[in-house]
Ligand binder design. Structure first.
Ligand SMILES: [Zn+2]
Ligand SMILES: [Zn+2]
Length: 234
């Protein structure tokens, strides 16, 4: 997949049109007129094109009205600044969960924005390699961050404290049982699926997810478990 010259969303060739046409940016959804798009119709504005990983995740989630965290994760993972593996996934996971929650609950935009900022501040402290070096995959921590923020947990809370730690534990258990080596895509998908089940049970909210999701990124991952990964396939 070479996104350097081709579409940064899907890798297809760019098409240059004779006339400008009305379009919207794939990531920020702002309206634009442009004479360039890819064969599949994707357009990415200059601002989104140059955003760093965590800025992209935050800006995308602030503007997204999606209720589906896995779909949001897949959109974001296609951007060149979200690497095959990297600590941007530690923010991506709580960001799409917090966004889906608020979009479903129709919370006011200010609360969503401030929760995303909190998620980012906390997730940025979870460094790359946490999974192997600390025994605590950042995607799992991300689900705990999401529950902590949504329930308003602090170190002094009772139920909220328990739920936040339980959320991380459940994600981590599933991730650990799948075995290494690390894959930030597999572990993000597993963490989001665990979170959807946990939210249903404990936060009384139904978050739509597709457990049969197929990973579009395996050709980029040298250590892909291929047939042994539940998301492998086309
Ligand atoms: Zn495209
Ligand atoms: Zn944009």
């Amino acid at each position: 997949m070479d996104h350097k010259n081709d579409c940064s969303v899907c890798g297809k060739e760019l098409v240059y049109l004779d006339e400008d046409e009305n379009t919207e940016c794939f990531y920020c959804k702002d309206p634009y007129t442009s004479n360039v798009r890819c064969e599949a119709g994707h357009y990415v504005c200059d601002r989104c094109h140059s955003l760093a990983g965590n800025d992209l995740v935050e800006q995308y989630c602030i503007r997204s009205s999606s209720r589906e965290p896995l779909k949001m994760a897949l959109d974001l993972m296609k951007h060149p600044q979200v690497k095959m593996h990297g600590p941007e996934h530690h923010f991506l996971v709580p960001a799409v969960l917090v966004t889906a929650y608020h979009n479903i609950k129709k919370t006011d935009a200010g609360r969503k924005r401030s929760d995303l900022k909190k998620a980012r501040q906390r997730a940025e402290k979870v460094l790359g390699g946490f999974c192997g070096f600390y025994g605590d995959c950042g995607a799992a921590v991300g689900t705990g961050i999401a529950v902590s923020i949504l329930t308003g947990a602090t170190p002094l809370s009772r139920l909220e404290w328990s739920l936040s730690n339980l959320m991380t534990a459940k994600s981590l258990f599933t991730i650990a049982n799948h075995g290494g080596p690390r894959c930030c895509k597999r572990n993000s998908f597993l963490a989001i699926l665990e979170a959807a089940a946990f939210f249903q049970e404990n936060l009384e909210i139904t978050i739509p997810v597709n457990p049969d999701l197929k990973c579009e990124f395996h050709t980029l991952n040298k250590e892909c478990l291929a047939g042994e990964c539940s998301f492998y396939g086309t």
